[in-house]
Design a protein. Structure first.
Length: 465
């Protein structure tokens, strides 16, 4: 008997007079001991399908059966019981309670699954995902990759027969992804099943089977999905740097965690110049996000200083002069896409001539048809593209982007990077992109590397010929 059966699922959303068909007759089965990768472009229906399978959303048509029991059209209490007994669920974000430590989140999930909160089991799970040293950390103190691994540990806390995970490796480096793959392989060897929505080629290659989804319909076999060919990487002639805009002078950032001193960024000296195109690479927890936050004035250094010597001291840094895109989409839920993009202009009080037209910003990132939608009607990848458009609209002097393509499929990630660079073409805006993806880093003229809070600066200049 199959562990999971989804038969002819439909899911429709309505926005005014517009109907969005997120699922259109999607069907699949999953056997015990099988790992299935679900692939498809951003917005193809992956997240909606997973939510319906886990009983977190009710399909408008079709039936979901888990372990021989019907999930669809049952009272919420019965669906919650079936989830607790059979499913570990990992969403793209929001998997952890902010007021609980990593260990506390795991313990709570064990209790919800009817298990005794066992310290030994918690330690085993933490070791499994490589977070032993972060047991007492609150979610706000974790990097994107660490938060993803902590969420995985929570999803596995009840030792569920079925793991349903939405982009489990979207924001992690290659080493962390390999660790997660090892965890999944151990589960499979012990009879555990997993359905993973993913853009990762490595995750797809390690799966028992690959299913593709396009326009809300399942297509058996990865090759049946028509995927855009990889666009040629833009080759940059090395350009002389412009004026210095931001300078770090012996800047360091440390945190106190349960009596331990965490050196997130060790004393460094670096300068961001006008027109610079820079990739910042490093493993999860290496200090990339903390460095970006310091350079953007979102966090103060514990030692040393950050000087915005090339920016106007009489004007606010953000959003007038610095644009910022976070790892997780940070859109205002109550505002439509176009309203979110307009928001920085209203905050900054910029005149029309000093800013980009919001509709133009959307068009440059292929978001024209989404302008009137609300954030909860978008996929994770679509939300991240909206966040990029919002950051571009003020024509900032510096744009920081923290994993801007982490939740996008490969083809969409390439197109977004092309669109981002095209939007900045001919401008003196400095662009700093933190990324785990070496392919995305190739778009940049330079590459800086973070390792355990230490920064290494290395030029990656390429000939234009």
């Amino acid at each position: 008997m199959s562990l999971l059966i989804a038969d002819d699922l439909y899911r429709f959303y309505h926005l005014g007079d517009t109907e969005v068909r997120a699922l259109r007759g999607a069907s699949l089965t999953l056997a015990r001991g099988e790992t299935v990768a679900l692939v498809g472009p951003s917005g193809s229906g992956k997240s909606t399908l997973l939510a319906c399978l886990a009983g977190l959303d009710e399909p408008d048509g079709g039936i979901v059966t888990i372990n021989g029991k019907r999930m669809t059209r049952r009272p919420e209490a019965e669906r919650a019981k079936l989830r607790a007994d059979c499913i570990g669920f990992l969403a793209q974000s929001g998997n952890l309670f902010a007021h609980l430590s990593v260990a506390g989140n795991i313990a709570l999930q064990m209790e919800l699954c009817g298990l005794v909160s066992d310290r030994e089991r918690i330690c085993t799970l933490l070791a499994l995902v490589g977070l032993t040293e972060r047991a007492d950390a609150l979610p706000a103190m974790l990097s994107g990759g660490e938060a993803a691994r902590a969420g995985l540990a929570v999803a596995l806390a009840g030792d569920p027969p079925l793991l349903i995970a939405d982009e489990p490796t979207a924001e992690v480096d290659a080493q962390t992804e390999a660790r997660i793959l090892d965890v999944l392989e151990r589960r499979r060897a012990n009879g555990g099943s997993a359905l993973l929505a993913t853009h990762s080629r490595l995750l797809g290659a390690s799966a028992s089977r690959i299913l593709a989804i396009a326009d809300g319909q399942i297509i058996e076999g990865y090759n049946a999905l028509v995927v855009r060919e990889r666009q040629a990487l833009p080759l940059h002639a090395h350009r002389p740097h412009g004026a210095a805009l931001i300078e770090a002078r012996g800047a360091a950032r440390s945190f106190d965690l349960a009596g331990k001193r965490i050196e997130a960024v060790q004393a460094l000296n670096c300068t961001i110049h006008a027109g610079q195109r820079l990739a910042l690479m490093g493993r999860s927890g290496s200090g990339k996000s903390t460095l970006l936050n310091m350079l953007a004035g979102l966090e103060a250094p514990s030692f040393g200083s950050i000087v915005w010597l090339g920016l106007d001291a009489a004007r606010a840094l953000r959003p007038q002069q610095i644009g910022f895109v976070f790892q997780s989409p940070s859109l205002v839920p109550a505002l439509s896409v176009i309203e979110n993009v307009r928001l920085p202009l209203e905050i900054a009080g910029l005149a029309a001539g000093a800013a980009m037209n919001p509709d133009e910003a959307l068009a440059r990132l292929s978001l024209d048809d989404l302008r009137d939608k609300l954030p909860d009607q978008l996929s994770g990848g679509q939300m991240q593209r909206v966040a990029l458009a919002r950051a571009l609209v003020t024509r900032p002097k510096v744009l920081f982007a923290d994993e801007p393509t982490g939740q996008l499929d490969h083809a969409t990630g390439l197109s977004v990077m092309h669109a981002l660079l095209a939007a900045l073409e001919g401008s003196d805006t400095a662009l700093v992109v933190a990324t785990h993806d070496a392919t995305m880093a190739e778009f940049m003229e330079e590459c800086w590397t973070m390792e355990a809070g230490l920064l290494t600066i290395k030029s990656t200049e390429r000939d234009a010929a």
